[in-house]
Design a protein around this ligand. Structure first.
Ligand SMILES: Nc1ncnc2c1ncn2[C@@H]1O[C@H](COP(=O)(O)OP(=O)(O)O)[C@@H](O)[C@H]1O
Ligand code: SF4
Ligand SMILES: [Mg+2]
Length: 330
């Protein structure tokens, strides 16, 4: 029997109604407008690995994250974690027990930490909410332990969030995420707001904690250099769809989808020395009115007739007619 993946995401979809107010629509004779933020995304995450989602801003990464942790109901598709559905209403009790095991870390720790609470109370909140430990002394001791675990001091529990730097605040957010013994942590651009040197420290801390605690991560970033440092496997998103899913190392050594290649060309650290840098060409189209067929076709150097009419399915980890027909030169 093959082991079931820890996280299973199947054909996940989310449509937003972005219509103008009724009166404007009547005056301008416009129909309702819908935006497909996530359009049929499927992937698995194995226990203990880091699955990364990369893509330019607006590609649907945060929308996937919010649906995976249950903060946003999907328009279609399914998510299950450790065999428990996050999307099926019938199992809400089981899902309640699952909540404690899933946490999310956001880009801006300051916005997600209550500024009026002392750090000790912030970190203790999930411990109390999930009734993990009883008794004030034991809770205080556990908070001290968690602060030490993320590289802060137990006395920091007495301070307020504004007394810390951005990097330290992200450490506090991580301590809080771990407080109720989370197993699966969804990190949405966790270091994007930090200086490069601080970023590296936080990423190292996260990897360290993963090893020590056996954590599973869904790691989201627009930055391929960051993802390379973190990911076991990587999914590349474009306009709400996954265009390539690959083992982390392979994505960099053997990028197959034309969009992945374009992204790699644009990463300064990774561009080959002496080779003129191509960069990312063109702009992301308006997702309210996306291009037909393969939505990447207006920007694609390999485009041919079929691309304009037929959306490519994901075959062997790549959604591209040229790759799948052997037209893409290595
Ligand atoms: N609540 C919302 N209402 C309308 N449109 C939204 C909403 N949330 C996200 N979107 C749109 O969905 C698309 C994907 O957004 P998002 O998931 O935030 O992308 P990313 O995290 O990759 O930058 C974008 O076009 C964004 O404008
Ligand atoms: S399907 Fe066609 S347009 Fe889309 S990435 Fe492949 S070659 Fe380019
Ligand atoms: Mg985002």
């Amino acid at each position: 029997m093959t082991e079931r993946p820890f996280v299973e995401v199947r054909d996940l979809r989310r449509v937003f109604d972005v219509s103008k107010p009724w009166l404007n629509r009547m005056l301008e004779r416009q129909d309702k407008q819908f935006l497909k933020a996530v359009d049929g995304v499927s992937f698995d995450i194995r226990k203990g690995e880091t699955f990364a989602l990369v893509g330019e801003s607006g590609s649907g990464k945060s929308t996937v994250a919010r649906m995976v942790v249950g903060l946003l109901p999907p328009s279609g598709g399914a998510v299950s974690i450790d065999g428990i559905s996050m999307t099926d209403r019938a199992v809400s009790q089981e899902r309640q027990r699952l909540r404690r095991r899933i946490q999310m870390i956001f880009q801006d720790p300051y916005a997600s930490l209550n500024p009026r609470w002392r750090v000790g109370r912030i970190i203790a909140e999930p411990i109390r909410a999930f009734d993990v430990i009883q008794g004030e002394q034991a809770i205080t001791a556990r908070v001290g332990e968690l602060l030490t675990l993320v590289g802060l001091h137990p006395d920091d529990a007495k301070k307020f969030p504004h007394e810390f730097s951005g990097g330290q605040r992200q450490r506090i957010a991580i301590a809080r995420a771990l407080a109720a013994d989370a197993e699966f942590i969804v990190c949405d651009e966790p270091t994007s707001a930090l200086d490069v040197s601080v970023q590296a420290q936080i990423l190292n801390l996260m990897r360290d904690l993963q090893e020590r605690l056996g954590l599973t991560y869904l790691f989201i970033s627009h930055n391929l250099a960051v993802v390379r440092h973190m990911a076991t496997r990587i999914g590349v998103m474009y306009l709400g769809r996954l265009v390539e899913v690959s083992e982390g190392k392979r994505l960099f050594s053997d990028p197959r989808h034309p969009y992945t290649r374009m992204l790699l060309e644009a990463v300064p650290d990774l561009a080959m020395v002496g080779k003129p840098r191509e960069g990312v060409k063109g702009e992301i189209p308006n997702p309210i009115d996306p291009p037909s067929g393969c939505t990447f076709h207006p920007r694609c150097p390999l485009v041919f007739d079929r691309c304009r009419v037929e959306a490519p399915a994901v075959i062997d980890g790549v959604a591209c007619h040229a790759v799948n027909q052997g037209r893409a030169a290595a």
